[in-house]
Design a protein around this ligand. Sequence first.
Ligand code: NDP
Ligand code: 2IT
Length: 456
Amino acid sequence: MSETAVAGNEYQAQIDEFMGTIKDRLVNQPEFLQAVEEVAESVIPIIENNPKYKKAKILERLTEPDKVFMFRVSWVDDKGEVQVNRGFRIQMCGAIGPYKGGLRFHPSVNLSILKFLAFEQVFKNALTTLPMGGGKGGANFDPKGKTDNEIMRFCQVFMSKLAPHIGPQTDIPAGDIGVGGREIGYLFGQYKRIRNEFTGVLTGKGIEYGGSLIRPEATGYGAVYFAQSMLETKGDDFKGKTVVVSGSGNVAQYTTEKVTELGGKVVTLSDSGGYIYDKDGIDTEKLAFVMDLKNNKRGRISEYADKFGCEYHEGKTPWEVPCDAAFPSATQNELNEDDAKTLISNGCFVISEGANMPCTSNAVKIFQEARALYGPGKAANAGGVAVSGLEMSQNAMMLSWTREEVDGKLQAIMKNIHESCVEHGREEDDYVNYVKGANIAGFLKVADAMIAQGVV
Ligand code: NDP
Ligand code: 2IT
């Protein structure tokens, strides 16, 4: 039996007891509970063996946000009709630096989803080795089908409401689903108008006004670098590997670019409508089409199949396609237990999460039982926020680094995260449980900082 299984059994009563204390008041927050339970399973054995963490009630404090802001965003659409949305910012934990994390604009956005994302961000940011606390925000706004002017008006009202609560030393938002370069530009412009100051209050900015080179590429590249490190533990690499990617947004695009550069073949991309399966591989030219389709024309991935004459599977996810490696890069819980079984039985042995919590808890168990190389989002997709941290450094110093410098630092950070996971996640049979490793490494840094700063 593996160490996880033994530890899981040994501390199950304490895990259940802890989850029992928070479950009752969080019945309506399933995603948040899912994220907390996974961390609790990893860190409760540490807490039980270190009375200082227990006495300081670190896990109890980490699962209650520092602050939550919720606000109305009313704006007028192009037809002159009044629209009302709900905006949020969760400031989860500021023990190791100012709150840092993305903004998501998607109709599904609610308190549970943003709290799970903010909670994950706390551990992820700690793993990067940069001084950043954890936060997340967004709105239940659907950017699909909106004109540029509507997006701008929405962003301006959203920022008017958010501005009092953020700042370059307080809380630094960035992009996430539905928030890319265009939205960050409008949000930045409005912050500057209200505050009359030009500061690094947001990351993911355009290169002309304080952005960092490699920030757009960082999450996807980082997820591939992380997978590369996992492969290296087996003396393997991406050459000749068949790779399945979900999503077709920022993370999926640059994952595809880096896998291709390293000699792998990406055969799928998806969006909420379905997935395309291109057996010949999505080469540089085809990827350029996807980037134009998604980032400029804001079209559907099915148009790829029309253009290049490949298969399109409406309403389906790409996990049924045989592959060596999978990069879930769309959204939470997009890969379930059955998908995991299918992937494993088709020979997939590397899973690197570009998205946040894309695999259900049962899917993760299937991967780990099969002893696959499984990199959880808080480790594998940390490259995005890491380069956001590097953007903050460049803004503070009022200079900008070259592509090579930033990419070099990103690679070093991803290697370091991989090493931390190995250090804290190695099982008795030498299998690396990257979930356990990432959770423990992130937790220890944040917990020690909290203890040092007293009960605040
Ligand atoms: P984008 O908005 O650029 O792209 C999102 C992609 O995911 C689109 O293809 C979208 O399809 C698809 N998608 C979104 N929601 C759903 C859904 N409910 N069902 C099916 N497909 C869906 O976002 P990003 O690429 O930036 O983000 C993707 C994931 O990566 C998210 O989980 C995010 O939290 C995570 N992440 C992002 C980072 C970043 O720096 N951007 C950093 C770390 C993690 P459609 O257009 O049809 O909605
Ligand atoms: O989930 C994430 O790490 C992000 N969306 C990026 C956060 C950031 O501050 O760059």
